[in-house]
Every structure is written in C-alpha cells, then in structure tokens.
Design a binder for this molecule. Structure first.
Ligand SMILES: [Zn+2]
Length: 413
C-alpha cells in the first residue's frame, strides 16, 4: 500500500529552499504544483509531481480535479516520477551559474538524496558463502571494484562513500583473500553473509557461522542458539549504529527461526557485538526470565584444506590449526598454528626464532634480554641473581661455590 511520506516532502522542500538561497533562478516553464509533490509510488526514492497546466487541462477537458493530496490512482495516472536530481535540474535554471554555485547545487542534491535514502526500510538478506568475496571486494573509491553489483535478485548493490563499512580493514581487498570462507567443510559447518540493505545500499554486514551443515538447517523447525555465532556487525553510520546492529541481529534470529526460549530461560545466539547491543535486545524482551547472551563462540570450524594462498584478517576465528584444518576463536600456539590478524593477505605464524640460536619456539616461551635487546629461547637465557634479570647464557659464568650465575662483565677476571 502506498503512503505519502511527509518526511520525504520535507526533504524535497528543504532541497528547493536551499538551492533558492544560493541565488539560482527557477525555471519558469517548469510550473510544478509544489503542494502535491510526494514520494513516488513505484520508487520511494523518486519524487512524484504534476505541472499546474496539466491540473488545469485535466479540470477543463476531463473534469478531473487534482487536490493537494491526490488519490493513489491519480498519482499513478497523471503524475510524473523522477529522481531528486532530475527534479532539481528541471526546477532550476543552471545555465550561466558560477562554478561555485554549481558545486553547492550538486552538494545540496547529494545531501537530499542521501536523506531520502535514510527513509527507506532496511531489509535483511542472507547470502551464501560464494558471495562473500564479492561483498568484501567492493569499495567506492577503488577503480577496479567500485561498480554496483548484483547477487541473485538483489540488484545494483553498493557501499556508499560515506559509509563506515569502508573503514573495515578488509573492505576493498582482493577476492582471493577470502578463499577460506568458500572452503568450509560443508558436511559439518556453514557460513553465511548477512546484509541489511536500504534501497540498494549495503548499510550493515556480518558473517554468520553455523555449527551444522547448510543441508541440516531447516528453517521451518526451531534452531538452537548455540549452533550460531554472529560475527562483528559492521554498519554504515555512527548515528543509529546500535539500532542498525540490533536490527540485523534480531532479523537473523527470526530468519533462522532460532528458539531463544529454552528451559524457561532466554538464550541468545552469541554475537561479537554483544556489548554494544545487549541493552537494546534485553529491553525488547520485557521479561523477568534469566537472559543468557555471550560474545564468545562455542564451536570451531573445519576447513577443506590445510593451506591457502591468502588469508583474511578475522575478527573472531583468528586461529587456524593447519594440522587439523580447524579455525578457532581460542588462542593456541605451536608450529601448526597460523594467526589470521594481518590485513595484507598473509597469515602470521605463532612461532618466532630465537635471535641467538635460531631455534623455533612459541612466542610465549621466548625470553627478552633487556641488556642486549633480543628475544631468545630458554636455553639461550640464564637467570642472574645479581642482576635480578635474565642474561644471555653466553655471558653467564657459573660459580659452583655459590651455585649462582654471574654476568661476565660483573666479574673481575
Ligand atoms: Zn636459543
């Protein structure tokens, strides 16, 4: 059902007023009836308008009277619809204006269009893993991947210039960085990309990790909260950030039919952004029941390979065990571990080399020698009682009488 949106009308009026203020003249021929302008029926971003001479001729020749609030049928039949930019171009005469005026004119129209965009509802889409690289790859200012793209029936997707999603360290990176997401063991796990769109703009995104194969997710049946992990929710603006994140989170619960009522308690699926949105989500419940809501993921994820050419930076599953091909949120160290915390496509090994003997060791086991400014293994470091600190074993001299090690520089020899 079509509803005239008074906010949209305000935006259009404000755009016209602002352009008039910078001394740009109106186009006399475009004698539009301002009272009846509104958001269009076919596209809520477009403006619906009619010219005054058309109103007169309809009255005169067809005895049709157009009021300031026309019927939906009249709007459909007799009104025109166009973008705010086209409307501004018709309404004003931009010929002969200064370049400064033109720049201001353009900015006013851009702001008005963005404001109209914010009036649109935000819609959830849950995308399969194969689309994840495309979502990350897109970036408004990267020449090779800034074009809007289409996924299935969702056409013309883009991330706006003034979107904080662009500030995510992975946005705009090559598709090859995201190979692990398309290579999960599908017999045990699933991953989805959840997005909220407003118009065609992606205004929020989050990875959704699922502890069961896609084939077993029957959304007609209630799903268990602990089978889901909703990763960090990136969103477009600082304003209303928690609202947008909350919407994505609660829409996902509905989409997957997650049963939050268990044993007379409320269990939410864990979410990376738990601390940002917990207040809002718990307030919506309006309940005296105990609420369980965690930010830590209770399960690991199996991949199909132990080796990839590139790796993404991961917010949650940062630890890749190459021995059992498993991604985990738990910190582990060892020569089989790779840490996904780089933004350049490489993974970090969790082992380091002793700067003295080149032995490979877990970073946790290394000892820093302050005097020499080196990290060394346990064999290359010796505790010195005199200095109350570790020294290089090479510099340590054992005194069998006292049973202590001394630094060679401290001895008169
Ligand atoms: Zn060593």
């Amino acid at each position: 059902m079509y509803i005239q949106n008074p906010e949209y009308k305000k935006i259009a009026f404000s755009m016209i007023a602002q352009i008039s203020q910078i001394q740009i003249q109106t186009n006399e021929k475009f004698n539009v009836c301002l009272k009846s302008i509104s958001n269009a029926i076919i596209n809520p971003l477009k403006i619906s308008y009619i010219k005054k001479d058309k109103i007169e001729s309809l009255q005169k020749h067809a005895n049709i009277k157009i009021h300031s609030t026309p019927t939906e049928e009249q709007r459909n039949k007799y009104f025109n619809a166009c973008t705010l930019r086209k409307f501004a171009n018709h309404y004003f005469t931009t010929e002969g204006i200064t370049s400064e005026q033109l720049e201001q004119f353009n900015n006013i129209v851009i702001e008005a269009t963005a404001a109209a965009n914010l009036l649109l509802p935000k819609t959830l889409h849950v995308l399969d893993a194969e689309h994840i690289p495309q979502i990350y790859n897109h970036k408004y200012n990267n020449d090779n991947n800034k074009e809007p793209f289409t996924i299935g029936k969702i056409e013309g997707l883009f991330i706006g210039e003034k979107s904080d999603i662009n500030a995510s360290c992975m946005q705009g990176k090559p598709k090859s960085y995201f190979e692990i997401y398309t290579d999960l063991n599908e017999d045990t796990h699933a991953i989805k990309m959840a997005i909220l769109t407003q118009g065609n703009e992606i205004v929020a995104r989050a990875l959704v990790w699922i502890d069961k194969p896609t084939a077993d997710i029957d959304r007609r049946k209630k799903q268990r909260p602990k089978d889901f992990y909703i990763d960090r929710i990136y969103s477009k603006t600082q304003e209303h950030r928690a609202d947008t994140q909350t919407q994505l989170y609660t829409d996902l619960i509905k989409y997957f039919n997650i049963d939050t009522n268990i044993d007379n308690k409320i269990h939410f699926p864990p979410c990376y952004n738990r601390y940002d949105i917990a207040n809002k989500i718990e307030a919506e419940q309006n309940t005296t029941k105990q609420i369980f809501f965690s930010n830590s993921c209770p399960f690991d994820i199996e991949l199909e390979s132990d080796n990839y050419n590139y790796y993404p930076y991961a917010d949650t599953f940062q630890n890749f065990n190459t021995y059992n091909q498993t991604l985990s949120s738990d910190q582990n160290s060892g020569s089989e571990m790779l840490i996904l915390e780089n933004t350049n496509g490489n993974a970090e090994t969790s082992t380091i080399e002793c700067e003295q003997c080149n032995f490979e060791m877990d970073e946790d086991n290394s000892i820093y020698i302050e005097d020499d400014e080196v990290s060394v293994c346990e064999d290359c470091a010796t505790y010195c009682e005199d200095r109350d600190n570790y020294i290089l074993t090479d510099n340590a001299i054992y005194n069998s009488h006292s049973g202590q090690h001394h630094h060679r520089d401290d001895l008169d020899i």
